[in-house]
Design a protein around this ligand. Structure first.
Ligand code: AMP
Length: 189
């Protein structure tokens, strides 16, 4: 069972690279950002709650996010494993994930940290905002999301190092080069 956490700041390429890993290894994919955006699109109560946080560049509260993740995970049957994209984003979420997987006799196989310099993240996200029209890809919200990443999410680097699950990848370069490095990390597990 391969349980891969793909980690990195907003704009580091988690979504793009996740898709490649999913295709290559036949894993299930959970992008918590995509789950929330689908809820918003469908006009659900959860979507309305989530929108308030997303538009402010803030994280959805842990308890809510953990419940959402558990229900998505429960929906997977005969899974070869899961790629977790955008989750965990806080230490509390990482601890909840560890517990959830342990209850299923599993664990995280590796956490892959896509490390991209700040100026590059900024320009990628601004470009993405123009191309995709994603409401939270505007300069003000991007700055808030990067600040939230540094204060609440980056501490997970130390947490996963303690767990001996941490794998650093230089996130600059072509999509193919980065994908090759990820595949190498997974194949060496
Ligand atoms: P993403 O598409 O992963 O960049 O997520 C977009 C937004 O959804 C984030 O800025 C958060 O507001 C929210 N979000 C996604 N995943 C999480 C999570 N694991 N915990 C809290 N908020 C999240």
């Amino acid at each position: 069972m391969l349980n891969i956490v793909i980690f990195g700041a907003p704009g580091s390429g988690k979504g793009t690279q996740s898709q490649r890993i999913v295709d290559k290894y036949g894993l299930n994919h959970i992008s918590t950002g995509d789950v929330l955006r689908a809820e918003i699109k469908n006009g659900t109560e959860l979507g309305q709650t989530a929108k308030g946080y997303i538009d402010q560049g803030q994280l959805i509260p842990d308890e809510l996010m953990i419940d959402i993740l558990a229900s998505v995970l429960d929906g997977f049957r005969d899974s070869k494993g899961v790629i977790f994209d955008g989750f965990p984003r806080t230490i509390a979420q990482a601890e909840a994930l560890k517990k959830m997987l342990a209850e299923r006799g599993q664990e995280v196989s590796v956490m892959i940290d896509l490390d991209v310099p700040e100026e590059e993240l900024m320009s990628r996200l601004i470009r993405r905002g123009i191309d995709s029209g994603r409401a939270d890809d505007n300069e003000e919200t991007i700055r808030k999301r990067l600040a939230v990443y540094h204060s609440q999410t980056a501490p997970l680097i130390g947490w996963f190092k303690e767990e001996n699950k941490y794998h650093h990848i230089e996130g600059m370069g072509s999509m193919e080069e980065i994908a090759a490095k990820i595949v190498e990390a997974i194949d060496s597990l």
